[in-house]
Design a protein around this ligand. Structure first.
Ligand code: PLP
Length: 416
């Protein structure tokens, strides 16, 4: 039995068997078996998700909510059924708190423009961290330009963990919102999010958590966490692109005005006055990504059926293999060595450009991401403008990581 077959992540299912759920992984790239290590950018989709989307278009395709015919009723039931799956996944109190968006980016922009634009005044403060993805920086910069609010940034320490003292110090009476990344996409750092939320709430701020990189790696329970908003993207958790979620506390969402206007978000419209729909539809103007929502529901069903403790152990073995495999390669520097990390490793090699490393790895069938990972300020903190990033998902194996580490050594020798 191979090491790969021995790794398990689901009751009665080995990693090798799980891999078979993802048809894309079986292919060869440049005549090598594909090693897909770009999962922080997007994850691959299991056959059940592909089938759910294909079945919807094959049998049920219709617009939701407005139809009285059978197909529309089926489409609506599947679309709203998926919302309940998301609610259960996040442990939100009600489906009224689950808003479909295009992804994390749109969810954060929704909060910035609906809540922030109406609530913030000049001198109010928004606190983020130096680990944020651009999606959790730029919407707040735009909001600051619109309202005169001020953006504050909590720094990170040399190992890529948040500086807890600085974070505590930056939270003050003027902090109206803390917008915090749960897991860093560039470095893999897992923030102590429960503590951070509790501190920000104690300081009187609202808290938005960017969970894009967390949902597939960390347990998320928004009720226990006590955050006000939690955003994530379906495509980071084995679901399609173009669908994401904004969780918001119902009382807050109730008070917030719609962000976009159009069909589906209204109860009545006249030229004089429009009455908005109830939550969550008040925030879902226009025909939604119905197939995406159904695919997200199927992905969450798939993911939640797996043994989460086994997945977490598997992830830590992948991280150990990655860190161990890369450590000691001459001139290689790992950026982000926090004690609490997901299986993401960012690195640079002295004298070798990331783009060349990435291209040569691709020629060996290995997919990684190179560049700034939409986190330019986080990388700047470490004196680099880009890294090579290997990021794992549940279907990666220790053997793949060993192949990857061997390939990095070879590529380095080819380049230097
Ligand atoms: N936040 C983090 C931490 C991310 O990693 C990403 C995507 O990589 C995003 C936000 C943006 O997600 P999306 O592009 O799916 O909206």
């Amino acid at each position: 039995m191979t090491a790969c077959a021995q790794q398990t992540a689901a009751p009665g299912k080995s990693i090798a068997q799980l891999r078979a759920d993802f048809p894309i992984l079986a292919q060869r790239v440049h005549n090598h078996p594909l090693v897909y290590l770009d999962n922080a950018a997007t994850t691959q989709k299991p056959q059940v998700v592909i089938d759910a989307i294909a079945d919807y278009y094959t049998y049920d395709n219709a617009n939701v909510h407005r139809g009285i015919h059978t197909l529309s009723e089926r489409a609506t039931a599947a679309y709203e059924g998926a919302r309940e799956k998301v609610r259960a996944f996040l442990n939100a109190a009600s489906t009224a708190e689950i808003i479909y968006t295009r992804g994390t980016t749109e969810a954060i922009n929704l909060v910035a423009q609906s809540w922030g634009r109406n609530q913030l005044q000049a001198g109010d403060e928004i606190l983020i961290t130096a680990l944020e993805h651009h999606a959790n920086i730029v919407p707040w910069q735009l909001l600051c330009q619109q309202t005169g609010a001020v953006l504050k940034v909590a720094p990170v320490l040399e190992d890529g963990t948040l500086d807890p003292a600085a974070f505590a110090e930056l939270l003050g009476p003027r902090t109206r919102l803390a917008a915090l990344v749960h897991v860093s996409n560039a470095l893999g750092t897992i923030n102590p999010i429960a503590d951070m939320v509790a501190q920000a709430k104690a300081a009187g701020a609202l808290v938005l958590v960017d969970g894009a990189q967390a949902v597939a790696h960390e347990p998320v329970d928004v009720s226990a966490l006590g955050c006000d908003f939690y955003a994530f993207s379906g495509h980071k958790i084995y679901a399609p692109t173009g669908i994401g979620i904004l969780y918001g506390r119902e009382a807050l969402l109730d008070e917030m005005p719609p962000w976009q206007g159009g069909g589906d978000m209204i109860r009545t419209v006249s030229f004089e006055h429009t009455e908005y729909a109830d939550l969550p539809w008040k925030f879902e103007a226009g025909t939604p990504h119905i197939a995406g929502a159904i695919g997200l529901g199927a992905a969450l069903d798939y993911f939640r059926a797996l043994d989460q403790a086994a997945l977490a152990a598997h992830e830590q073995s992948l991280l150990a293999a990655l860190t161990g495999g890369l450590t000691g390669i001459p001139g290689l520097r790992i950026i982000g060595t926090a004690p609490n990390k997901v299986a993401v490793v960012s690195f640079v090699i002295e004298g070798a450009h990331q783009a060349d490393i990435g291209k040569l790895l691709d020629s060996l069938g290995i997919a990684v991401r190179v560049g700034h990972h939409c986190a330019m300020p986080a990388l700047k903190r470490f004196g680099v403008t880009g890294t090579v990033r290997a990021s794992c998902a549940l279907y990666n194996t220790v053997e793949e990581i060993e192949r990857f580490a061997g390939a990095v050594t070879r590529v380095r020798e080819m380049l230097l």
